[in-house]
Design a protein. Structure first.
Length: 556
């Protein structure tokens, strides 16, 4: 498929095409190769910041940490000014705790799927896009096209938009349209599809077990829809699709299990040629074990480009990577024409985003766009529609501060993969303000009817990287006590379980009598759950996934 930057999804006019050609012509060979990298930036990583200044990459990815919005704007502007060509600035704008820490709290994809209202999804996408652009972000590694098919998958979980293919398609079309209308390049990920293998490609190359007709019905439909919607980029991931490779070569052997990002069959033949995608292809993060377990870095970096990726995501030593690319070119393993095409696509993306023009707006004006009262109110109203009552067979709800006054809370806290210690929930404090007496479970706590009127389990595990499984660790939950891990209180004391994240805990607790999915751990979601618990707001009753995990007994 020949490169055509005037065609979809770039749609470059004569002026933008002229800028691409002139920019390509003025860059040195080394500067062109630098355009093929997106590097991470983190205010706490001084060496990494210097690396960006020295290397001049095609893009940088924001890592917010605890920085203020003003610092983020200034830092991104400084890094942008230091590069030969203004870089793309990317982020995983996935909502909840994977969104701007200093902007409006917004729900994650699974929560929006539960709300099941495309107008609401479009409003959240607008808020995310406008606030991200205010910071300086212009490229998001979303939407996620993965399918909640294998309920044990910790890596899809709340990043996906459920398990109904038509509903997922509607959600991703909405986000692509709104993001790109507001100057954020969207990215369809994780090509060629995740969700049927319950492992995590951060740790292992995952495998699509589908045959070709089933892939076409599921992921094929979703990626064709994203391309039709004009998505500017696709992320080629560390996922194998043996059925397609074997259709081309029945004797492929281990090559059938090659990660897509280094597979010419999957990235060029299937995505570029058969699906007709003309946009930019970015690799998934290259430090992930799903790629590193396949080959050494010096081998796979050139293979990424040869397979059809246009830009390489993350490098701790991009200067060494460039040496490896040049060596592969000298050996004839990587053609100069492939390099030139990739550089042109990177520049084409920048022109489509108007990065050849100065950033609009002063820093104070851009700061004023973050967390506006209107955005906060709109997002909270949409979030309030997400909490889903999956079952209440004991007719517990609503709660009553007289009838259920003494509440025992068991929780591992809010778990995030980049934090060594779990964060506390605020819901217990909210309940206490309503007149309940709250006891947080300790190893010595005795759970008896005489002491408590309600037992409340709170879980806060959204999509977790580097976790092959999310499950109830009963022994850890009760402080390591062997016997207490096997006790179940709900025969003697009313009991409820609330998940602010992973929606499948009924697999581990099918007999819990009251179960609620709230999808996201942010405070606005906890507040929304409180209102539902107290009967001040109605529960959502639509679930975007099978919360019963196929277990008939879990429904009772």
């Amino acid at each position: 498929m020949a490169l055509n930057l005037a065609a979809a999804p770039f749609h470059l006019d004569a002026d933008r095409l002229a800028w691409v050609e002139a920019t390509f012509a003025r860059l040195t060979p080394g500067q062109r190769l630098a355009q093929l990298f997106v590097l991470r930036r983190d205010l706490r990583d001084v060496a990494g910041t210097k690396r960006i200044h020295d290397f001049g990459p095609g893009g940088i990815t924001a890592a917010f940490g605890q920085a203020s919005a003003a610092t983020e704007i200034a830092d991104i502007a400084a890094l942008t000014a230091a590069t030969p060509v203004r870089p793309t600035v990317s982020a995983d704008l996935e909502g909840s705790r994977l969104s701007l820490p200093f902007g409006t709290e917004v729900p994650n994809p699974l929560a929006l799927a539960a709300v099941n209202d495309l107008t609401a999804s479009a409003e959240i996408a607008r808020i995310m896009a406008e606030e991200a652009r205010a910071i300086g972000i212009n490229w998001s590694f979303t939407p996620v096209l993965d399918i909640n098919a294998a309920f044990r998958s910790a890596i899809v979980a709340t990043r996906g938009s459920g398990s109904d293919i038509a509903a997922i398609e509607a959600q991703i079309r909405t986000q692509i349209r709104v993001f790109q209308q507001h100057g954020i390049a969207a990215t369809a990920k994780h090509w060629p599809g995740e969700g049927y293998d319950d492992r995590d490609q951060h740790l292992v190359t995952t495998v699509i077990p589908l045959d070709l007709p089933e892939w076409e019905r599921t992921f094929g439909r979703l990626y064709r829809a994203a391309i039709e919607a004009g998505v500017l980029s696709v992320m080629s991931a560390h996922i194998a699709f043996p059925a397609f490779v074997r259709a081309l070569n029945p004797e492929a052997g281990i090559e059938a299990f090659k990660p897509a990002c280094v597979s010419q069959e999957l990235t060029t033949t299937l995505l570029r040629q058969r699906l007709g995608f003309n946009g930019l292809i970015v690799s998934d993060a290259t430090p992930m074990a799903g790629l590193g377990s396949w080959a050494s870095r010096e081998r796979f970096v050139p293979q990424l480009l040869a397979a059809g990726c246009d830009i390489i995501l993350f490098s701790d030593d991009p200067f060494k990577d460039v040496i490896d690319i040049e060596a592969a070119m000298a050996r004839g393993e990587l053609a100069q024409t492939r390099i030139d095409e990739a550089v042109m696509r990177v520049l084409g993306l920048k022109a489509a985003l108007n990065l050849h023009l100065p950033e609009a707006g002063t820093a104070p004006e851009r700061l004023s766009r973050l967390g506006t009262p209107a955005n906060v109110a709109s997002a909270r109203a949409i979030t309030a529609r997400a909490p889903t009552l999956i079952k209440d067979v004991q007719n517990l709800l609503p709660l009553d501060p007289v009838k259920h006054k003494r509440i025992l809370v068991l929780t591992p806290g809010i778990v995030e993969p980049w934090r060594p210690v779990a964060l506390p929930f605020v819901l217990p404090d909210m309940l206490q303000a309503e007149g309940f007496e709250i006891t947080l479970h300790a190893p010595e706590t005795e759970i008896t009817r005489g002491k408590f009127d309600l037992v409340l389990y709170l879980f806060g595990e959204e999509t977790l990287l580097l976790r092959n499984r999310i499950f109830i660790d009963w022994q850890k939950l009760v402080g390591g006590h062997f016997g207490k891990a096997m006790a179940r209180p709900w025969h003697d004391i009313p009991t409820a379980m609330i998940s602010f994240g992973y929606p499948y805990y009924l697999y581990d607790a099918p007999r819990v009598p009251t179960y609620i999915n709230a999808y996201a751990t942010m405070e606005s979601m906890q507040s929304a759950v409180l209102d539902c618990l107290m009967g001040r707001a109605a529960w959502n009753t639509y679930s975007p996934v099978d919360a019963f995990c196929g277990l008939e007994d879990a429904r009772f």
